[in-house]
Design a protein around this ligand. Structure first.
Ligand code: ATP
Length: 225
């Protein structure tokens, strides 16, 4: 009998939830393996995938929202711990992360929310709309990404929120933790370039995603990379 079953400890309900935002244009093994490693490292219950409709901080995606969503659904079909949240695709106007995280926080009241950001994206956080509120709402799990290194010294906004790897995850937001994950050197921009140049992408995306791209003739010669 476990300690919680005999009443010595409360049942642990506050397992973290990872929120993984992105354009997923297309989803690739870098996203999929990072999410899996992050879920394991944080002992998280699930990963909420949050595809952006109109990302405010970068050029519009090359593939339409329905195509990007369909590829995500195919890639995650065998992942029971993953759910896709379409609120940013359903909302008109720019996909402001602060709005989505505010809503998610109200829905996952008892669980710490960890917003996953690759190191490239994390370093750009101060350019985001109401970025201080983003950081105050959730914890940020930063994933290493090949080609990017942590700046020395860390910017003051980051340093003030930084948690060590052995610190417990606070229930509230306002923290940043760098999580060691196996590096996967794949980027969606490179995949779009490969496709525009008729190069194989089979090592970079699941076979179902490659087949979907081929069937719908996505990312052809005139694709914006
Ligand atoms: P693009 O090349 O079009 O900029 P991307 O490959 O960076 O796309 P996004 O959908 O923009 O993909 O990324 C969503 C999130 O996943 C971001 O936080 C990004 O930093 C992270 N990410 C993407 N690829 C990797 C990777 N290979 N390793 C770790 N994190 C990644």
């Amino acid at each position: 009998m476990t300690a919680s079953a005999i009443g010595l400890l409360p049942e642990q309900t506050n397992t973290p939830v990872v929120v993984f935002g992105g354009t997923f244009d297309p989803v690739h093994f870098g996203h999929l393996q990072a999410a899996k490693a992050l879920r394991g490292a944080l002992n998280a219950e699930r990963v909420v995938w949050l595809p952006a409709g109109e990302p405010p901080h970068r050029p519009p995606p090359a593939a339409s929202a329905p195509h990007r969503l369909a590829m995500l659904q195919l890639a995650l079909a065998d992942e029971p711990q993953s759910v896709i949240d379409t609120r940013e695709l359903d909302r008109s106007g720019p996909s402001y992360t602060v709005l989505s995280l505010g809503e998610l926080k109200a829905e996952y009241l008892d669980q710490p929310l960890c917003f996953a950001l690759g190191l490239d994206a994390a370093l750009g956080l101060p350019q985001w709309y109401r970025w201080q509120e983003v950081l105050a709402l959730v914890g940020i799990a930063v994933m290493h990404r090949p080609g990017w290194s942590l700046p020395e010294p860390l910017p003051p906004w980051w340093l003030g929120a930084q948690l060590d790897s052995h610190d417990p995850l606070p229930e509230s937001g306002g923290w940043i933790r760098v999580v060691e994950i196996p590096p996967v050197d794949v980027a969606a921009a490179d995949i779009r370039t490969d496709l525009a140049n008729n190069r194989s992408i089979e090592t970079k995306v699941p076979a179902v995603v490659a087949a979907y791209i081929k069937e719908h003739e996505l990312y052809g010669e005139n694709t914006r990379v």
